[in-house]
Design a binder for this molecule. Structure first.
Ligand SMILES: Cc1cc2nc3c(=O)[nH]c(=O)nc-3n(C[C@H](O)[C@H](O)[C@H](O)COP(=O)(O)OP(=O)(O)OC[C@H]3O[C@@H](n4cnc5c(N)ncnc54)[C@H](O)[C@@H]3O)c2cc1C
Length: 368
């Protein structure tokens, strides 16, 4: 592979591919319809693990575990180039009401993930102490995702990449199975290679570019509180609800899984429910109102399996989409895999589960 790559979509999926390409000596331009990282990559929580990792299939685990092992070094490299702090923090995750904790522990042991039923005394907050079946995952990390995206953006620019914001890609032109130009609101752009990283919008077709199979937006609402630093020092999870502390005392509470199309609105009923459930885990929140409430659109995919592959119709178009609930977690290994495929290298992971053809075979089930 040589020449210039145009990356469509400036979320964590597009920027992380841009970073690897630049690190390997390629030329890159990122085209972003709005602001870099302004969609799902901004809206999420930044937990760097599947929430209950033993609940996922082998292909999600393979990508997640490879990413999680690489994350510390990945962040160090991004921070060194960008000179920005991403607030990467190995704060651990305390999972409560785990239905089959022995099976979960066995899975963790097999995968080399540290897990224990011994909860450190320092985490025995009053309500948590009485919780049934807790599992402590001390090595789970988090990153402050808006800061990660800002650092990725800066790193891409400092390494010589170009980022065009407010630039919408409308479609492409091709000849003989090779894409020749992208049609954009900033005019016609030529490229040797194209990467599609358009998140939830990759499930919509563009001119001459078919939609990625079965990707659709899944809305998630989040609340943000501000307490004194140190009130909570680990991620708490119980039955779909999580609390994520930031070092400065902010606490994120999420989230919902809603099939609401491209509607990013929020509602008062959900706010009240998230607040009530969060208060059950951290009673001090009872007397505090959230300072912000927002929704983001995850790039949903059946079984949470992303599509990381060459496009079936074009030799020089590649896809990195559909990371659903874990796109921040999966970013390093996904970008590495895609660029290995672009360069014709043998990837470290078996690419078969992430192929377009494999995605065609999957279907959405009854649960999101
Ligand atoms: C509430 C919530 C909580 C989450 N929590 C976590 C978590 O704790 N941990 C975790 O790992 N993940 C989490 N996620 C998921 C994670 O945020 C996503 O999987 C990830 O951000 C997807 O990144 P992306 O780059 O693929 O998509 P996006 O960030 O959505 O980026 C896609 C970009 O493409 C641009 N675009 C689309 N179409 C075009 C076009 N035609 N031309 C130009 N640009 C275009 C969009 O403007 C957008 O900026 C959460 C998500 C949400 C919503």
């Amino acid at each position: 592979m040589s020449g210039h790559t145009l990356i469509v979509g400036g979320g964590v999926s597009g920027l992380s591919v841009a970073l690897v390409l630049l690190q390997r000596g390629h030329q890159v331009t990122v085209l972003e319809r709005g602001h870099t990282g302004g969609e799902s990559s901004w809206a999420g929580g930044g937990i760097l693990s599947p929430l209950l990792p033993w609940d996922y299939g082998a292909s999600v685990s393979a990508l997640a575990l490879r990413s999680m092992a690489a994350y510390g070094e990945w962040i160090t490299a991004i921070e060194a180039v960008s000179q920005l702090d991403t607030e990467f923090w190995r704060c651990g995750l305390l999972a409560m009401a785990v239905t089959v904790p022995e099976q979960a522990l066995t899975w963790c042991t097999q995968q080399g993930m540290v897990a224990t039923r011994e909860v450190p005394v320092s985490l025995c907050l009053s309500t948590v102490a009485g919780e049934a079946l807790p599992l402590w995952l001390p090595e789970v990390a988090q990153v402050r995702n808006p800061r990660l995206v800002a650092a990725l953006r800066a790193a891409v620019t400092k390494l010589g990449g170009t980022i065009h914001e407010n630039c919408t890609v409308k479609g492409l032109d091709a000849a003989g199975g090779v894409a020749t130009t992208l049609q954009t609101t900033a005019g016609t752009l030529t490229a040797d290679m194209i990467v599609i990283a358009t998140g939830a919008w990759s499930g919509l077709s563009l001119t001459n570019l078919p939609a990625v199979p079965h990707v659709r937006p899944i809305r998630g609402q989040m609340l943000l509180f501000k307490l004194e630093p140190g009130v909570l020092d680990t991620i708490l999870y119980r039955q779909g609800l999580y609390l994520i502390p930031r070092r400065d005392g902010h606490i994120l509470v999420g989230s919902t899984l809603e099939d609401a199309g491209f509607d990013k609105s929020t509602d008062a009923v959900t706010l009240a429910r998230l607040h009530r459930e969060a208060t059950e885990l951290l009673p001090v929140l009872a007397g505090v109102q959230p300072i912000r409430h927002w929704a983001g659109l995850r790039p949903g995919s059946p079984d949470n399996i992303p599509i990381i592959d060459r496009h079936p119709d074009f030799d020089n178009v590649f896809i990195n989409v559909g990371h659903y609930r874990y796109g921040v977690t999966l970013a390093p290994a996904s970008a590495e895999l895609l660029v290995d495929l672009m360069e014709g290298r043998t990837p470290a992971l078996d690419p078969a589960p992430y192929r377009w053809a494999a995605a065609l075979q999957r279907r959405w089930g009854d649960t999101l």
